[in-house]
Design a protein around this ligand. Structure first.
Ligand SMILES: [Zn+2]
Ligand SMILES: [Zn+2]
Length: 160
């Protein structure tokens, strides 16, 4: 009976020792697992920071690109406007004498017609023409006086 008791106690001790080992093993496995998770968390944080930085860089590059495109479009617009304006400057002017638009290429000695005197209500005193709208009796080339040239061109060209 005593022998059996001793044997049982020994078995029990062995069993306790094995459980204690298992628990220690489990604890160390858990510790290592926790460490691995912490490492993963840290690399995740770093990756997220990198991603934010890259997104930020990308957005700034995108903004710069859009601004550059905008400048190109504005520049194209300005070039078009200069082209149009210089075309109009070449083609059409406004005569400061008869106040009619004219083309320099078709400006002859008889193109500009004005009256030399005033309209008296029933006729022009210079040539006797009856209507106020009758073409003038004085023939000349259309002209623009020097200091009025810019104003006249701006009126025709719409200003810039
Ligand atoms: Zn007249
Ligand atoms: Zn004229």
């Amino acid at each position: 009976m005593s022998h059996l008791n001793e044997s049982l106690i020994k078995d029990f001790r062995d069993f306790k020792a094995s459980i204690s080992d298992s628990i220690k093993h489990k604890d160390s496995a858990l510790e290592s697992f926790k460490l691995q998770i912490a490492a993963l968390e840290s690399s995740k944080t770093k990756l997220l920071a990198d991603l934010t930085l890259m997104t930020d860089k990308f957005q700034r590059a995108d903004i710069r690109l859009k601004r550059a495109f905008g400048e190109i479009i504005a520049l194209k617009g300005r070039i078009e406007k200069i082209k149009t304006t210089s075309f109009q400057r070449m083609q059409v002017k406004l005569c400061t004498r008869c106040h009619k638009e004219y083309n320099e290429k078709e400006n002859y000695n008889w193109s500009c017609r004005t009256h030399q005197s005033t309209y008296g209500g029933t006729m022009w005193w210079c040539c006797g023409r009856r209507n106020k709208d009758d073409p003038g009796c004085k023939y000349a080339k259309h002209q623009i006086t020097e200091n009025e040239e810019e104003t006249a061109i701006m009126m025709v060209g719409g200003g810039y």
